[in-house]
Design a binder for this molecule. Structure first.
Ligand code: HEM
Length: 314
């Protein structure tokens, strides 16, 4: 996507290249890798909808027919060789493949909120985080510095600080953070936030256990797990109510919102990374709309920019 296209299609006038350059600056350029969530593992999945989604949306994967999925678990770092333990937040990106071949994606992480409210503050915060690389700030000082300039970051940074090392990619709770809008056959619109809840519960490691893990322990664990059983996640839609902001990924909705069980994702096997896989979180299907969240809209162009660079081996 060129600069003009990305500027006209998205609400911010910031070019995606500027965001991707800022991200690259955190740990340097690693040719061929995603510019964020660089280390990861792809798997084959099957999504079995519960049927309860039909009341809210016409989306093909949320009716009654099961659909194939490509899944990628990842660590959040920009550095592909960083050990699993050193990137606290983990990602789960799911590409549903509808019967007619159309794809739609849901991308989540293990914290419920994001640290920036707008693309502009995202870029400023990432520039600030560069001071970790130059050694002028340690991790704790950096968090304090960010919160003192960007109070919107507080909830996300606290959530990151509370993270414990996961025992398995399959035993993490993932949040897709942004609001989306589901649209049913009558045209009724319902704002939702999606979550992936692990069927076997959340399990973390003690510091002693964590200290004994090899760099890529999470991928090793998945390989062993798949010999005996699949990893299973429940897809939940949290229903937004009157007054719940749909344009602010830095704040969670109240905890008492109604939750709908949309179905289960069964992940059974590690597969080689499909070279052309792009998990754009704005790739939707009939029965789904983007919310007015400016970060969500901006992600599309930045993911395309990162994809373009890595596909060209840059
Ligand atoms: C302005 C905000 C954001 C920017 C600029 C950004 C940027 C990026 C970029 C450049 C990539 C690599 C894309 C690729 O090469 O395919 C990426 C991947 C990823 N991001 Fe973001 N991101 C943002 C917000 C978020 C949020 C809010 C979440 C969580 C909901 C998230 C979760 C992920 C995950 C899980 C991946 C890995 C996707 C995969 O496995 O293919 N990002 N991000």
């Amino acid at each position: 996507m060129n600069k003009l296209e990305s500027e006209s299609e998205h609400s911010s006038s910031l070019p995606a290249a500027e965001a991707v350059d800022a991200i690259e600056n955190l740990s340097g350029v690693h040719p061929g890798y995603r510019r964020a969530h660089a280390a990861g593992v792809c798997c084959r999945g099957l999504f079995r909808p519960s049927g309860l989604g039909k009341e809210f949306t016409e989306a093909g994967h949320l009716q009654e027919q099961q659909v194939n999925a490509v899944v990628r678990f990842s660590g959040s770092s920009t550095d592909p060789v960083l050990a699993d333990l050193l990137s606290p937040a983990k990602g789960l990106a799911v590409q549903f493949v509808l019967p007619d071949g159309e794809v739609t994606n849901l991308v989540g992480v293990t914290v419920p909120v994001f640290f920036a409210r707008t693309p502009e503050s995202f870029i400023d915060i990432v520039h600030m985080a560069h001071r970790l690389r130059t050694g002028t700030l340690g991790p704790i000082e950096l968090m304090k510095e960010i919160v003192s300039h960007f109070s919107e970051s507080k909830e996300a940074l606290l959530a990151v600080r509370r993270l414990k090392p996961p025992a398995s990619y399959a035993e993490c709770h993932y949040y897709c953070i942004h609001a989306y809008v589901l649209v049913n056959a009558e045209g009724r619109q319902q704002p939702v936030r999606f979550e992936w809840v692990p069927e076997t519960g959340v399990r973390t490691l003690t510091l002693e256990e964590a200290a004994q893990q090899p760099d890529r322990y999470l991928e090793d664990e998945l390989e062993l797990r798949f010999k005996d059983e699949p990893a299973i996640f429940q897809l939940v839609a949290v229903l937004g109510e009157e007054g719940d902001a749909t344009d602010d990924p830095t704040h969670a909705w109240p905890g008492d919102r109604r939750r709908i069980d949309l179905g289960r994702l069964h992940i059974s096997e590690i597969i080689p990374d499909p070279k052309d896989l792009l998990m754009d979180p704005t790739a939707l299907t009939t029965g789904m709309l983007l919310s007015d969240d400016p970060i969500l809209k901006f992600r599309s162009a930045t993911y395309a920019e990162s994809y373009g660079r890595r596909i060209e081996g840059r």
